[in-house]
Design a protein around this ligand. Sequence first.
Ligand code: FES
Length: 100
Amino acid sequence: MSSWIKILDQAPKEGTMVEISIEGRDLFVTMNNSVLYCAENRCPHEDIKLTLGCLKGNRVKCSLHGYSFDLETGDSSEDDVDDMQTYAIKQENNKIYIEV
Ligand code: FES
């Protein structure tokens, strides 16, 4: 059964990626074009943090080989690379929650 848990007391600044660790998972939260996103902070290609990369359009681009992943759906730019794991995220009374 999934539940919403509070992860931050305020939203990240536009265009920044904030690393969080929650229930043994390493995730990142970002605000991109005024929309919040949360995803696993590990490239599905090889084991490297996606926060070492950058945001490009509505995607996060990995610093190692440049593959990118859709912030909303996790969709991988490469057919033979898994999609990124994403999480539902919401803001209530300024606090940020994700569904796990
Ligand atoms: S490790 Fe991320 S694209 Fe290769």
